[in-house]
Design a binder for this molecule. Structure first.
Ligand code: SF4
Ligand code: MSK
Length: 651
């Protein structure tokens, strides 16, 4: 008798009760989800997984192996694997940087009066950015500064021979490393184009040069596009400050019209956040028989409006389909990146309308409303009216909203952290630096990235986070990893402090800061680098980004953007521990270039640990080794910073 494998249950696939309930509902109702499609895929292609499949030209596709070690053109495993890797890093950089370009163009249009619903909302952020790029501010109106700054930032994309200017925001010692390694990027667009050129059939065949270009193009992301996106977002929409909210599918309400935003770019979602409070919209929702309208988010568009407006988060990447399965979403509005093409398939079983809004990102089965910043607010209201109209089509028999939410605090920009640590007039990283030197905080871990059905939703992220805070490591988070913590209650200061080690708890309680800090969306990984640079600038923890006890982890990553993020962390001197390996195991040479090879050049490399306990152990070892190099492994007198100490800081 053939045994049939029992279908996976929600409790095997996800950590949180809301996702489990929706996965069980999906299994019963036959709703298509990424989890089911992943299972249906069966064993995945081993050539693809090891990076050994090349389809770069039409003499192929070629698959190389020990038996058949060369492609038709003569490319060996190292060339093929390195080219594939570079293409991933370039694609990730392109995604983040195009997002940044759209924001820089929006800043320019806002300054010119061509996008009348947008304005410079944060003049401090404008002046900070202008200062960083040498844009004159004296005697100029905000719009004049914004226009000059936007042009300066747009030059970062288009410059040809000039080296990129944004990496000069890194410590001098790190800049010297990049110069010596020959990886300082030129214009962002040129660097991406060059990467695609070099990986064409018959161009660059040396693995070392290709991997080096992967680090260069990634630097054009982390110290280029992503940094610009974060800066301009702050200027136009405000620098994030700690804000309370809630997370998980229970933020949807049975008695309101529910609208979800999903993707990455904040231009439309900012307008939706404002329009959702418009009395006309609220009245129309009530006239349609609802108690009002709930706006919530998925993925990084969620992070953007969460950290600036406290708008609740419905879920992270693998919850996008599960949100539709609640049966209570009237409209799901998408912009760019991480939107599953399978969304309209699941929406077809419900009344949910999936509406794409970026001309770059259309999805079969979704209706498309091209978003134009010139009439942004009116378009946002129209989208909400569409949702209100669709409320009547909701089928109460299909509605099942899990009663599961968790409170959270989000919005820890670098400015917010400085403020928490030192107050308005003495904001600085010095108390944090002192806490690290004294050993109360052992170090910092940046935990970032996505979800991936290869592992149980949020399981690796949450386990490694818990282990690190227990061991007095302050955790900084972005993207879907931050939302995993939100759902687990780890962004609620009181709850998280229960789990923190004594030293970390003492510091967090003294300054009123949680041990897990939500720092934003995927482009806000640039804020993690900014925080590391602040720590170095403070003194006492070395002169370069590879010196302080900092480590990066991407436990459940899946996107090409995560390849770029990992590469710019490593090129910045921060070791990165992956929970899923890169597709490079087919070449020993490339694997070594990303490990010890990168370490020889940048002082950091990639590691892979599939299990959270192993990842946490390695992270702690890296932190301890860095502490030892700084002679911080001796016991220091424990000193708590109180308000008096902070007032006495000479900063
Ligand atoms: Fe095959 Fe070479 Fe063409 Fe790749 S570039 S598909 S290895 S012939
Ligand atoms: S959204 S890139 S799934 S973190 Fe930024 Fe989440 Fe990863 Fe997309």
């Amino acid at each position: 008798m053939t045994k049939t494998k029992a279908p996976a249950r929600g409790c095997d696939l996800a950590c949180d009760a809301a996702s489990r309930a929706m996965l069980d509902k999906a299994a019963q109702g036959g709703d298509p989800t990424a989890f089911a499609r992943f299972a249906a895929q069966g064993a995945q292609c081993s050539f693809g997984a090891s990076g050994l499949c090349c389809r770069i030209c039409h003499m192929g596709p070629c698959r190389v192996s020990a038996k058949n070690p060369l492609g038709v053109c003569g490319a060996d495993a190292a060339t093929i694997v390195a080219r594939n890797f570079l293409r991933e890093a370039a694609a990730g950089t392109a995604a983040h940087s195009d997002h940044a370009r759209h924001l820089a163009l929006l800043l320019k249009k806002a300054a010119q009066g061509l996008a009348p619903d947008y304005a410079v909302r944060d003049q401090d952020a404008l002046r900070r950015a202008a200062g960083a790029f040498g844009v004159e501010t004296a005697g100029r109106e905000p719009n004049e500064i914004a226009l000059a700054l936007a042009d300066r930032l747009l030059d970062e994309f288009t410059s040809q021979e000039e080296p990129l200017a944004t990496p000069r925001l890194a410590p001098k010692a790190r800049q010297n490393v990049w110069t010596a390694a020959g990886v300082w990027p030129r214009g962002i667009d040129r660097t991406v184009v060059e990467s695609l050129h070099r990986t064409n059939m018959g161009v660059d065949h040396e693995a070392a040069g290709l991997v080096s270009q992967a680090f260069r193009v990634a630097l054009a992301d982390g110290w280029g596009g992503s940094r610009i996106a974060a800066m301009v977002g702050d200027i136009l929409f405000g620098t994030p400050m700690p804000v309370k909210s809630r997370s998980n599918l229970g933020v949807l309400r049975a008695d309101t019209v529910n609208v979800l935003v999903h993707g990455h770019e904040p231009a439309l979602s900012e307008m939706l956040a404002a329009a959702a409070r418009d009395p006309l919209i609220v009245d129309r929702a009530k006239a349609a028989g609802a108690c009002g309208l709930t706006l919530a988010g998925i993925c990084c568009t969620a992070n953007e409006i969460l950290m600036r407006h406290g708008i609740p988060v419905a879920g992270n990447f693998l919850q996008q389909e599960l949100a539709v399965i609640t049966g209570a979403v009237e409209v799901l509005i998408t912009d760019v990146q991480c939107v599953m093409p399978g969304l309209p398939l699941v929406a077809a079983g419900y009344h949910t309308k999936v509406v794409s809004t970026s001309d770059l990102a259309r999805t079969k089965g979704a209706s498309h409303r091209s978003f134009d910043v010139a009439g942004a607010y009116a378009q946002a209201k129209d989208l909400l009216l569409l949702a209100i109209e669709n409320f009547a089509n909701r089928d109460p028999d299909k509605v099942s909203i899990p009663d599961v939410t968790a409170p959270l605090v989000a919005g820890f920009s670098v400015e917010a952290i400085k403020y928490m640590l030192g107050g308005r007039f003495r904001g600085s990283f010095r108390p944090l630096s002192d806490a690290i030197i004294s050993g109360r905080i052992k170090g910092l871990a940046g935990i970032v990235g996505c979800n991936n059905p290869k592992s149980k939703l949020d399981a690796h992220i949450n386990a490694v986070t818990l282990e690190l805070i227990k061991n007095d490591v302050l955790v900084l988070k972005t993207g879907c990893a931050a939302l995993a913590s939100a759902k687990a209650g780890m962004l609620a200061p009181e709850a998280a402090l229960e789990h923190a080690g004594a030293g970390l708890r003492e510091v967090c309680e003294a300054v009123g800061m949680p041990p897990v800090l939500h720092m934003g969306s995927c482009v806000d990984n640039a804020r993690l680098l900014e925080a590391a640079a602040e720590l170095v600038a403070e003194g006492g923890l070395g002169a370069d980004l590879c010196d302080p006890p900092i480590v990066g982890l991407a436990p459940e990553w899946m996107s090409e953007k995560a390849v770029a993020i990992g590469c710019y962390f490593v090129a910045s001197g921060v070791d990165v521990i992956l929970g899923n390996p890169f597709h490079v195991s087919g070449s020993q040479e490339v694997s070594e270039l990303l490990g010890e090879g990168a370490r020889a050049v940048f002082g950091a490399g990639f590691h892979y640990r599939a299990d959270p306990a192993g990842a946490a152990r390695l992270a702690l070892e890296i932190i301890e080794a860095k502490r030892a190099r700084l002679n911080l492994d001796r016991k220091a007198e424990r000193k708590l910073f109180d308000m008096k100490d902070r007032r006495s800081l000479n900063v």
